[in-house]
Design a protein around this ligand. Structure first.
Ligand code: ZN
Length: 146
């Protein structure tokens, strides 16, 4: 027991890091939502031009710390390096220019989370930002005993 949800931990830690190191040129919006066993959180960080990859690296390190803090050695982490695109309602809208997707499983609270830390570029405006999004399910059937 005593696990802080990944959604809360990741959003809080990244929010504080960005504030402390002054990594964003726009205010960072932090969204947390929860319904029964499902929790989500979302942050968008707009770094200064040219700083995007450096800020992405710092944020990914902070997410590593948040994940390790939650799991404290009792869980599984699949950390994927990604590139790609985002297709919104059939329209290719954003490029994913780099980042990480974490798939994490906690053996203590049975939470399963997908954490995306990705550098996005709008194909419309050319603007770049880093999205930190968490989708979390508590009590995943992955842990159900046969
Ligand atoms: Zn846990």
């Amino acid at each position: 027991m005593g696990c802080t949800p990944f959604s809360v931990l990741v959003a809080d830690r990244v929010f504080l890091l960005v504030k402390k190191l002054n990594l964003a040129v726009k205010p960072v919006s932090k969204t947390l939502r929860s319904r029964e066993f499902v929790k989500v959180s979302s942050l968008n960080v707009y770094p200064a031009k040219g700083n995007e990859l450096k800020v992405l690296g710092l944020i990914a390190k902070e997410v590593d710390l948040a994940v390790n803090e939650h799991l404290s050695g009792r869980g599984e982490v699949i950390r994927l390096r990604v590139n790609g695109e985002i297709i919104d309602s059939g329209v290719k809208s954003f490029l994913v220019e780099g980042g990480f997707v974490y798939e994490v499983y906690c053996f203590k609270c049975f939470a399963n989370a997908f954490i995306r830390v990705i550098l996005e570029k709008s194909l419309q405006t050319g603007e770049r930002w880093i999205s930190v999004d968490v989708d979390e399910v508590v009590g995943s059937p992955w842990f159900k005993e046969e």
